[in-house]
Design a protein around this ligand. Structure first.
Ligand SMILES: Cc1ncc(COP(=O)(O)O)c(C=O)c1O
Length: 379
C-alpha cells in the first residue's frame, strides 16, 4: 500500500453537502456555483470557436491574443500595465494557478502563512510540497487580518503568505490599511512571496476592489490568481489566469508546463473574443448586489442573524438563536428537515472553530433564493 501524502484529507464538505442536498431534494445553497443561464453571446462564441476548429493545443502559457485582452482589461480596470508575454499565464481555473504558484515556490520545511477560515485548497497544496501551513485566524465577526499577529509570526522561515480578497467564506474585503501593512511586512522580509487570490475581484459591494497589483511593492513579489469561472458564471469551464512578475512567472510556467502544459483552447478562443467585443465584466457586481439584497431582505424575517457581506457571492448567518447544535450537525439537520443546504463555516478552520455560523451561496436564480428564504423563515 502507498503511504498517503495527505493523510488528513477526505471527501470535501462541498461534495458531502451537495450529495445530501440531492438525496433530500433540498435547495442547494452550499457549493459556490451559479444556477442561472450564462450570456447567450458567450455561448455563441464557444460554438463559433468550434466551427472555426479551435480545438488543438494552445501555446503553453495560453493564447497570446487572450493574454493581450486580459492585459487590456486590467488596464481599463486598474490603470496598470501588465505585460501579456511575460506576466500572464492562462490556467485551468484559479485552483491550478494556486497549485502552480505554491509548487514553484514552496520547498520542504518552508512556512506558509494563511488565514482561517480559508478556502480549502491552500493548506493541502502547501503540505503536498513539504511546506508547513501556519494557520492564523481572521478576527471574528468582521474577518479582518490581525497584522500585529502576522508581524510576530513571520520569520526568515516564512516563504509565502496567502491572502484572499474578497474573502471566501467570510465575504470580507480589504481596506487600504491591509495593503499598507502587507507592504511594510514585505519591506522587512524581502524574500517573502505573496499569493493573492482575487477570484471575486468583480463581486465587491462596498468600495472599490483593492488588488495587490495596485501596489508596486507587492506586485513585484506576488502571484495573483483570477477565475473566468467566477466572473462569467462558468465555473465548470475551470478557466483562470495568474498574473506575476517575469521572474515568478518563469518559475510558475516550469510547473505549469508539466502539470497541464496548456489549457482548453476552445474556451480560450471564446473568452478572447468575448473580452475583445464587450465589457460584460463591468455588470457582474450589479447582478450579484441585487441577489445579495434580495437574500438579506428576505432573511430579515428569519431567526438567522446576518454577518457583514461586503464581497463574494456568499453570506454568513449566525444561527445561535435557533440551535445549540455544532455547525456541521446544524447544516445537515437543516438540509434534511428544512430542505436548504449550506456550508458549516467550521470546516474552513484547521482547528474546526465553531462560531455557530453557516454560509449560504446567493449565486442563484431569484426564484431559487425566494424558495430558500421561505424555507429558512420556517425554522
Ligand atoms: C477563494 C477561491 N479561490 C479559488 C477558487 C477556485 O477557482 P476556480 O474554480 O477558477 O478554480 C474558488 C472557487 O470556489 C474560491 O472560492
Amino acid at each position: 500500500m502507498i503511504k498517503s501524502k495527505l493523510p488528513d484529507v477526505g471527501t470535501t464538505i462541498f461534495s458531502v453537502m451537495s450529495a445530501l442536498a440531492n438525496e433530500h431534494g433540498a435547495i442547494n445553497l452550499s457549493q459556490g456555483f451559479p444556477n442561472f443561464k450564462i450570456d447567450e453571446r458567450l455561448k455563441k462564441l464557444v460554438s463559433n470557436a468550434l466551427d472555426e476548429e479551435q480545438v488543438q493545443y494552445a501555446p503553453m502559457p495560453g493564447r497570446l491574443d487572450l493574454r493581450e485582452e486580459i492585459s487590456g482589461k486590467i488596464f481599463v480596470q486598474r490603470g496598470i500595465q501588465v505585460d501579456p508575454i511575460n506576466e500572464i499565464t492562462i490556467t485551468a481555473g484559479a485552483t491550478q494557478a494556486i497549485y502552480c504558484a505554491i509548487a514553484a515556490t514552496v520547498s520542504k520545511g518552508d512556512e506558509v502563512i494563511l488565514f482561517d477560515p480559508a478556502y480549502d485548497c491552500y493548506s493541502p497544496t502547501v503540505s503536498l510540497h513539504g511546506g508547513i501551513p501556519v494557520h492564523l485566524k481572521l478576527s471574528f465577526p468582521d474577518f479582518h487580518i490581525d497584522w500585529d499577529e502576522v508581524n510576530s509570526t513571520v520569520s526568515e522561515n516564512t516563504k509565502m503568505i496567502i491572502v484572499n480578497n474578497p474573502q471566501n467564506p467570510s465575504g470580507s474585503v480589504w481596506r487600504q490599511e491591509d495593503i499598507t501593512a502587507l507592504e511594510a511586512l514585505c519591506i522587512k522580509f524581502p524574500d517573502l512571496v505573496v499569493l493573492s487570490d482575487e477570484v471575486y475581484e468583480h463581486i465587491q459591494f462596498t468600495g472599490e476592489h483593492i488588488s495587490v497589483l495596485n501596489s508596486e511593492i507587492l506586485r513585484a513579489r506576488s502571484f495573483v490568481t483570477y477565475s473566468f469561472g467566477k466572473t462569467f458564471h462558468v465555473t465548470g469551464w475551470k478557466m483562470g489566469y495568474c498574473v506575476a512578475p517575469e521572474e515568478l512567472t518563469n518559475e510558475f510556467r516550469k510547473v505549469h508546463q508539466f502539470n497541464v502544459f496548456c489549457v482548453n483552447n476552445t474556451m480560450q478562443y471564446a473568452l478572447m473574443k468575448y473580452l475583445s467585443t464587450g465589457d460584460e465584466w463591468k455588470q457582474v457586481v450589479e447582478l450579484y448586489d441585487n441577489k445579495r439584497q434580495l437574500f438579506l431582505e428576505g432573511m430579515k424575517n428569519s431567526r438567522f442573524k446576518p454577518l457583514a457581506c461586503d464581497g463574494t457571492y456568499f453570506c454568513l448567518f449566525d444561527y445561535s438563536e435557533i440551535s445549540d447544535l455544532p455547525d456541521t450537525e446544524f447544516a445537515q439537520w437543516m438540509t434534511k428537515e428544512f430542505l436548504v443546504a449550506s456550508i458549516p463555516v467550521s470546516v474552513f478552520y484547521a482547528d474546526k472553530t465553531d462560531n455557530k455560523v453557516v454560509r449560504f451561496c446567493f449565486a442563484k436564480e431569484d426564484e431559487t433564493l425566494s424558495k430558500a428564504i421561505e424555507q429558512l423563515c420556517k425554522i
